[in-house]
Ligand binder design. Structure first.
Ligand code: ADP
Ligand code: G3P
Length: 620
């Protein structure tokens, strides 16, 4: 077969949208299709995706892209293999026996496990985790999302107790479903994805007993086998649809895929991808480097042989900040509208937006920040806020580059960029100004999809080695040269750092727990109605997983004015959280005038029971 007759497909399952692209041997996308899918935000800080909708979005993209491909005169039989790249950390649990998901996917941005993280950080051994798995204890990884589900979703806990609970990141879920699910039972994950769970030892790329024990799941849960990112057989074949029987041969977390797509194959090469979040990966070679300045150690790619590692700077909010202006504040109709709005003013007008919607990730790792807009006056226009939103990602990138320089002792001479938000010339110029080095943007910005196509193409023999990739996507890029002095950019950055410090501590113990509903049937609310309790109060109280058991009895108690008892002993959460939770309940109910007296009496009883519970408990 002539190479020019051979194509590879690439599934790019991102946080905001899913795409399928078909690449030729020159690394050019010849056909593609993209769909956005539902972003589910059930409570403040929560972010979910429908696991089945993710699969459907992939299938739709494949069908549509193949139709466009064939309309150009190609045949689907010329697509020889498929690569997958995906949002990382997003966690899906399903029943190993039925193959059915047990809960919505909890997205990487989701912060509901904040109280669990706070408790885990107090445990012996917590400080040593990062040198095993490369990741800090935070709401970001899959591990803490799983613990939240085990504590709050009975179906997940039941499957766990029965030994049928399977957990996968999006790659594992897609491979499993595309192969036909439980019938084929292809249950694998590549090392770039698996290592984002916190269960994997970064040096061995195997599940680590110490880590599994720390999270209390060793031997109790089905986890995917870890395989190389480029492999001819491990990922199985697509079971149905337009590409039935085509093998899946490549798999990379999206940030690793972007590094591969930018051909960052040598130590010292880096890329920054401005998607929903923004992630800077810096190739450190075949040994992991553990940061002392707030960066992550991660797997860059593993194509057989030795794995290659990267230092990573993760920013939780980039394009999602723009989506926020678009969808929540109605500032514009499409993402690109942010640029017109930003150009409508000359500067940020004194506004600094710390877009800490999920706390702040690298290099700060501040859990208790929330989005905070500084410097608003009567002068402030939408354009200033649009600029401040774009700048927020650029400031964080600057902070990450500073940290990377300290960790590596190496100064980058140019930053290669990609991802949806890199389409903004203004953002890229701002970036170059702030980091005082040129920013290089390739003409073809689908580098993430290209990376997965390369992984699949290497396995199927479309390319035999990295040297054959040299000319791919090299021409037509844009370079943004710094246009302001280092002093000016340092002054701006100083203002950002001040804003970061001032955004700390917004999330107090009460705020952490607000909005964390676990009562989808809203039983509490129904009871409240039955007893003529003000519904809004019951609802706000029930929005708290840590106190759901207390709430039910508490609500009942208040409803019948003291005749029922408060069953504190039913709570299965760590004592410090119980204490906080009760504080929160009392805080809420103190506002209910008619219940004040009753509550004061109950408070004493609760505190007595709490002390007893604390004595009995050895953690959870
Ligand atoms: N012209 C543009 N200017 C600024 N931001 C943009 C532009 N086009 C897209 N974006 C942003 O890029 C993000 C999508 O980028 P993408 O790389 O597709 O992300 P993901 O892979 O996370 O789904 C969106 O959040 C969107 O707001
Ligand atoms: O959806 P993106 O492109 O922002 O990437 C998400 C990351 O993989 C999360 O770690």
């Amino acid at each position: 077969m002539q190479p020019s007759d051979t194509f590879v497909g690439s599934i790019d399952q991102g946080t905001t949208s899913t795409r399928f692209l078909i690449f030729n041997r020159e690394g050019e996308p010849v056909a593609s299709h993209q769909v956005e899918f539902s972003q589910i935000y059930p409570n403040p800080g929560w972010h979910e995706h429908g696991p089945l909708e993710i699969v459907t979005s992939v299938e739709t993209c494949i069908e549509e892209a193949v139709q466009k491909f064939e309309a150009q005169g190609h045949t689907r039989g010329s697509i020889k293999s498929i690569g997958i790249t995906n949002q990382r950390e997003t966690t899906i649990v399903w029943d190993h026996e039925t193959g059915e998901p047990l809960y919505n996917a909890i997205v990487w941005t989701d912060t509901r496990s904040q109280a669990i993280v706070a408790e885990l950080k107090q445990r012996p051994g917590a400080a040593q985790l990062q040198t095993r798995c490369g990741l800090p204890l935070s709401t970001y990884s899959s591990a803490t999302k799983l613990l939240w589900m085990l504590a709050h979703v009975p179906r997940v806990k039941d499957a766990f107790d029965r030994g049928t609970l399977a957990l996968g990141t999006v790659d594992a879920w897609l491979v499993y479903r595309l192969n036909g699910g439980v019938a084929a039972n292809v249950f694998v994950s590549d090392s770039t994805n698996a290592s984002r769970t916190m269960f994997v030892n970064l040096k061995t790329l195997r599940y680590d007993e110490t880590l599994l024990d720390f999270f209390g799941i060793r031997g109790k849960i089905h986890l995917p086998s870890i395989v190389p990112s480029s492999d001819a057989t491990a990922y199985g074949v697509v079971a149905s649809g337009a590409l039935a029987q085509v093998p899946i041969m490549g798999c990379l977390g999206d940030q690793s895929a972007a590094l591969v797509g930018q051909k960052g194959f040598s130590p010292g090469m880096a890329k920054n991808t401005y998607g929903t979040g923004c992630f800077l990966l810096y190739n450190v070679g075949d040994k992991p480097v553990f940061s002392t300045h707030g960066l992550l150690a991660t797997v860059a790619y593993h194509f057989g042989g030795k794995p290659i590692y990267a230092l990573e700077g993760s920013i939780a909010v980039a394009g999602s900040g723009i989506k926020f202006l678009q969808n929540n504040l109605n500032f514009f109709q499409e993402s690109k509208g942010v640029n017109d709005l930003a150009y409508s003013v000359d500067d940020n007008g004194g506004c600094v937006f710390v877009t800490a919607f999920s706390g702040l990730f690298a290099p700060y790792w501040i859990d208790d920040a929330k989005g905070t807009l500084f410097g608003i006056t009567q002068y402030t226009q939408k354009g200033h806020i649009a600029r401040a939103t774009l700048e927020a990602t650029c400031f964080q990138t600057k902070a990450i580059l500073d940290a990377m320089e300290k960790d590596s002792g190496h100064t980058l001479s140019e930053l290669a960029v990609d991802g949806g938000m890199s389409n903004s010339d203004l953002a890229m110029q701002t970036q170059a100004d702030l980091i005082s080095i040129p920013v290089y943007r390739p003409e073809m910005r689908e580098t993430t999809a290209l990376g997965a196509a390369i992984a699949a193409g290497l396995a199927v023999g479309l390319w035999r080695n990295f040297a054959e990739l040299r000319d791919i996507n090299r021409s037509g890029g844009a370079v943004f040269e710094p246009q302001v002095s280092r002093q000016e950019s340092a002054a701006k950055f100083g203002q950002w750092e001040k804003a970061v410090q001032m955004s700390r501590g917004w999330v107090g113990s009460k705020n952490i727990e607000q909005g964390e509903a676990v009562d989808p049937t809203n039983e509490t609310c129904a009871r409240a109605k039955n007893h003529n309790l003000p519904t809004h109060k019951a609802t706000s109280i029930s929005n708290n997983p840590l106190i759901s058991d207390v709430v039910k009895s508490f609500t009942y108690t208040t409803a019948v004015k003291g005749r029922a008892r408060i069953s504190v002993k039913e709570i299965e959460v760590p004592p410090p959280s119980v204490q906080t939770a009760l504080g929160s309940v009392l805080g809420d109910l103190d506002d209910a005038d008619e219940e004040d007296l009753c509550l004061e009496l109950r408070k004493v009883e609760i505190l007595q029971r709490l002390r007893k519970l604390r004595k009995q408990s050895n953690g959870y």
